[in-house]
Design a protein around this ligand. Structure first.
Ligand code: HAM
Length: 421
């Protein structure tokens, strides 16, 4: 029996989770400031739902989904992304179309990818979705949310890459132009791209294989094919980005790995990461709701990989808060003293003060060492002397001073000390 976590998954241990909590709290705070409330959707989904939503010819659906039959033979999938799930909930709950629906989610997602630094099979995303408006100012709001999040984490060296991949109307002539351009190059390209040429030539632009990078460089770009509506939307998007002083870079090769996008697509990229440098990605998906059997409602959103955000923070020495330290460590000597200490410990905790004690029957010396390891600000000692006088000896570990405190005064004493720190 192996005790190893499955390949591409990992544990977050108690002494590592503070960074996660910090990042997740920032994500929730930023979501709230910008008017997004949390939505929680099931991790299990029917497979058919994802293939329709994300696109049959995408890598995610073709190769990366964790799919299995349940006991009744239904084909279920562990969610590989959040957008289709939010749309499903939006449709099932019949959210009124005349209002803007704004939601965020944080949770695990699953893709059967080749694991490497920054790429896992179970990973965490924070994503936001705004359903119900065509306004390019809303696209920019979502970009601003992402940038505000990274700035609250203290990340530097970021670039916001934008592109437009048009709508179904203007994409058809573009796909034809791509087919024409790649038709005499494709035989030297990877087998996936050879297959993509007919079915979905846009995917070729996304291929990271050595053999495909060079030919892609000179290919026609979507922005030259945009229809009037998509062009105006893209111009407005850029104007709003400038208005809010959000630096951006045009990147005509962003097509995104999912098929539902229309018009705006974007990625925030970190120059501090290696190959997996995309911190977050998103864009418009004006047809997805209709494609999934709902009304025609436009939408926009993004998702951010939390492992990658934490990786960059660790690399750049980002703004993690100091790990919370133990306030008081209780040490007792003797059976009766232990009972008294247990009661005091409970009282201190009930008053909202973080306190710890020893449950391993260790020597006083080792317990003092443990208090030091936990970064305790105070050590509260109780033995026969203290029992007799109804008091407790409180040692300030920073000032290296100690005082005798009446047991009934302990909470007050610790609170006052804390205020003066
Ligand atoms: P995505 O580009 O597939 O988009 O994923 C978004 C982010 O999730 C990536 O930029 C990356 O940070 C992280 N990510 C993706 N796969 C992995 C992995 N295997 N390991 C670690 N991190 C990963 C979406 O998922 C869309 N649903 C985004 C969206 C929301 N578009 C509109 N609304």
């Amino acid at each position: 029996m192996s005790i190893l976590a499955p390949r591409g998954t990992y544990d977050v241990m108690p002494d590592e989770s503070a960074n996660w909590i910090f990042v997740e709290e920032k994500a929730r705070e930023i979501s709230w400031i910008y008017g997004y409330s949390e939505v929680r959707t099931p991790i299990l989904k029917l497979r058919s739902f994802f293939s329709r939503g994300i696109g049959e010819e995408t890598d995610i659906v073709e190769k990366e989904m964790y799919t299995f039959p349940d006991k009744k033979g239904r084909s279920l999938t562990l969610r590989p992304e959040g957008t289709a799930s939010v749309v499903r909930a939006y449709l099932e709950r019949k959210v009124p179309q005349d209002r803007l629906f704004k939601a965020y989610y944080i949770g695990p997602f699953f893709r059967y990818e080749r694991p490497q630094a920054g790429r896992y099979r179970q990973f965490y995303q924070w994503g936001i979705e705004a359903i119900g408006s065509m306004d390019p100012a809303l696209d920019v709001e979502t970009i601003k949310v992402a940038m505000a999040f990274y700035s609250s984490l203290g990340l530097k060296n970021l670039s916001c890459d934008i592109n437009s991949i048009g709508c179904r109307n203007c994409r058809t002539p573009y796909k034809e132009a791509l087919k024409e351009y790649f038709k005499d190059k494709v035989e030297h390209m990877c087998p996936d791209c050879r297959r993509r040429l007919d079915k979905n030539p846009l995917r070729i632009l996304d291929c990271k294989r050595e053999s495909c990078i060079e030919p892609v460089k000179g290919s026609p770009v979507m922005i030259d094919f945009l229809c009037d509506d998509c062009r105006v939307h893209f111009e407005n998007l850029k104007n709003y980005l400038s208005l809010l002083n959000i630096p951006f870079k045009l990147n005509p090769f962003i097509v995104r790995g999912l098929d539902y996008y229309t018009k705006t697509v974007y990625e925030v990229v970190s120059n501090s990461l290696g190959a997996q440098n995309s911190l977050c990605g998103g864009g418009r998906y004006d047809n997805l709701i209709e494609d999934l059997g709902g009304p025609s409602v436009p939408a926009v959103g993004f998702a951010a990989g939390l492992e990658r955000a934490i990786m960059v923070m660790e690399k750049e020495g980002g703004a993690f808060t100091e790990k919370s330290k133990t306030e008081v460590f209780f040490i007792s000597m003797g059976v009766e003293a232990k009972k008294a200490a247990s009661k005091l410990l409970d009282g201190v905790r009930s008053a909202g003060i973080m306190a710890e004690t020893d449950y391993l029957g260790r020597s006083i010396k080792t317990q003092m060492k443990e208090a030091g390891r936990l970064g305790a600000k105070f050590v509260a000692l109780i033995g026969d002397e203290e029992l007799k006088s109804n008091s407790i000896t409180v040692k300030d570990m920073v000032k290296k001073e100690q005082e005798s405190v009446r047991t009934e005064e302990l909470v007050k004493y610790l609170k006052e000390k804390n205020q003066n720190k």
